[in-house]
Design a protein around this ligand. Structure first.
Ligand code: 5GP
Ligand code: MN
Length: 345
């Protein structure tokens, strides 16, 4: 049995909206990851099973390793189909905002969502949700939005209507937001849910291979290169990797090729904090990805130094300036956070 994580009043409130709704739009964050796409499609499959007209809209493209997911071809990319997406958002009865806590995280989609008269619900697990939805289901203690989607569907009484395809999407989001159940994954209920998803016929081993072991040769060579350039700061229990546009060009870089790189330095004994700086291919900025193990608060460092935020162990931000300047800022941040980096925890 699962603990009733989501408040009953919110389940009842959403159930009322749901009964009456014909058209539902699901939106998720820019640079969609496995949990953004997994939770969105998990909910989308469920809405389809109830004969709702449902659409998933995300601001921009998602990585190739998620394209096997059932329904992924129907995900609308806002930067390609703005007019159609604007119409869907304006005409929706209900808009479900998944896996983000702040309206700026959906980029240009935000304007259309704010302008729409639709009823809005937030389902998310990031800290400090902004107040742009009538129903806010926000649970930072839950490791993925996909898990929250599973819990919501079950609490509404529809477990039996979750299809194998929907279960595959939910599982993918749960798996990717916990690094294949290697962090934020000690809640025993996660494994109860996995057991329920397996009862739908999913092949979890195949899903793991499809997500993690379908990379290109050039991605692996890029990984080797990036690691060979890694800087380790033993006095700070930290490591830094980086990737300029020039370097991306040498390795036929395509979006998503550096997915997961930021986690690798954490496999060094003693390293509790990893930073990955990558020159963005679209905007004139450096994307900052931060990861930690234990109690080191990446999100605090992200918000103080890189105008960002996120979770304790996984966060990010943006830097406007050169790679050298970004590295200098990171080194200042290391100095400031030295006591926490050296704390045993
Ligand atoms: P990633 O390193 O995978 O891009 O991001 C990890 C986590 O950091 C995301 O799930 C999100 O919570 C947070 N994050 C990433 N980039 C930003 C950002 O620019 N601003 C904020 N507030 N959070 C971010
Ligand atoms: Mn998530």
């Amino acid at each position: 049995m699962l603990t009733k994580v989501i408040e009953q009043s919110k389940i009842d409130h959403f159930a009322k909206w749901f009964e009456r709704a014909e058209k539902i739009v699901i939106v998720s964050h820019v640079g969609p990851d496995g949990d953004a796409i997994g939770s969105s499609l998990g909910l989308w499959h469920f809405f389809n099973s109830q004969d709702k007209i449902a659409n998933v809209i995300v601001p921009n493209a998602f990585p190739d390793f998620l394209k096997w997911m059932p329904g992924s071809k129907d995900v609308l990319l806002y930067d390609h189909y703005k007019e159609f997406a604007d119409q869907l958002i304006a005409e929706a009865d209900v808009i479900c905002c998944l896996d983000f806590n702040a309206i700026h995280r959906i980029d240009a989609v935000g304007e259309a969502v704010l302008a729409s008269p639709a009823r809005k619900i937030l389902i998310d697990h990031h800290l400090h949700p902004e107040d742009f939805c009538k129903i806010i289901i926000s649970h930072p203690e839950i490791s993925s939005t996909s898990e929250l989607v599973f819990r919501l569907i079950c609490r509404m009484g529809y477990f039996s209507d979750i299809s194998k395809e929907g279960a595959e999407c939910i599982y993918t989001g749960m798996m990717t937001d916990t690094g294949g159940f290697t962090y934020n994954s000690n809640n025993r209920e996660i494994y109860f849910i996995i057991s329920e998803l397996l009862s739908k016929g999913i092949d979890k081993d195949a899903i793991y291979r499809k997500v993690y072991n379908t990379y290109s040769e050039s991605r692996l060579r890029l990984m080797g290169y990036v690691l060979s350039q890694m800087k380790v700061y033993p006095d700070y229990h930290a490591a830094l990797i980086s990737l300029t546009k020039n370097e991306q060009g040498k390795f036929d870089y395509v979006r998503g090729d550096s997915e997961g790189f930021v986690n690798i330095p954490l496999s060094i004994k003693g390293v509790v904090f990893s930073c990955f700086l990558r020159e963005d291919t679209e905007k004139p900025m450096i994307k900052v990805s931060l990861r930690s193990v234990g109690t080191f608060p990446c999100n605090q460092l992200a918000s103080e130094f890189f105008n960002g935020g996120g979770h304790l162990n996984a966060s990010g931000g943006e830097f406007y300036g050169t790679m050298e300047e970004a590295k200098a800022v990171l080194e200042q941040a290391l100095e400031k956070f030295k006591p926490l980096l050296n704390a045993k925890g």
